[in-house]
Design a protein. Sequence first.
Length: 367
Amino acid sequence: MTDAELRAYIEAVTPPDRSCMEAARKRQAELAKPPGSLGKLEEYSVRLAGIQGCVRPRMDRRQVLVLAADNGVVAEGVSSAPQSVTLAQVINMTRHKTGMSALAYAFEDEVVVADVGINTDRCIPGVENRKVRRSTGNICREAAMTRQEALAAMSAGMALAAQAAQRGVQALGIGEMGIGNTTTSAAVLAALTHAPAQAVTGRGGGLTDAAFEKKKQVIDRALALHRPDPADPVGVLAAVGGLDLAAMTGAFLGCAQNHVPAVVDGYISIVAALTAVRLCPAAGEYLFLSHASYEIGYRIAAEELRQEPCLLLEMRLGEGSGCPLMFQIMRAACAVLCEMATFEEASIHDGYLDEIRKTDAFTVARP
């Protein structure tokens, strides 16, 4: 993929169907319940109607897409886990033995794992081979990758999202596996938002105080070395990002291009989502934030997206682990819109709500 091809791809993204959203909103108002009483489920159902282009959206087929790659910055001692864990956990994902894949298996969600940059030449059974290169460079000493490699990883993510859409997937969760990727995510977020490393860097999979301080210093050094331009998100990914982040960015763009709801997992996932939205603002309308990551930078990214996560579970695993949980919330939203009876169908005269509908008759001011 070239920069020109990326621009053309982005320009082809269209917003959700407003007429379907309005029809779904009208149906919600006719359902046999107090107005707005199902809260966010009502909002989600309207958004899903617009994305799927029908008044009664479905959530029967769901997939978690995991983009896996290694990160050269682990050489700086920014992670408590060795790089070999990336490959080990990718293999475990194919066996339903990681946190995300166990949840997906329990809820009968599909899992697709793609290798975009694991530091091995092995062909991994059950894993899609979309490798751009083996690992990224150490961002403290060199660029993570070339611009062309960043575009290639994004293209891989786009293709995987399109593949899911072609297979009838009605919601795609975007996850990752890559030791060291909380460091690259923090660097990308800092570059895009001008936030200091201190404000966007957490302890990832667990770090001692000394290692945590070093991690922040590493990010500062990488940013000082490369000085990535926030107006050029692809350049930011190439300089201080990761192949997993680039592929995830492409997957979020692919969801928008193919009108598939995209579920954001935790910190790494939301940084990729923000990168996608910086490239294509329309992609934001296809995002559904699952859980509020425990990582400190998550809130900054969510505020930049002007969206709120659905679940507060103090999770910080990554992998896409929040996606199977969010899928169930989205299924509930669809069930409400599609299966509930209207006042007329329930033989209830709703005239008693006329006055209530004219104002906010539910909110009570907190003392």
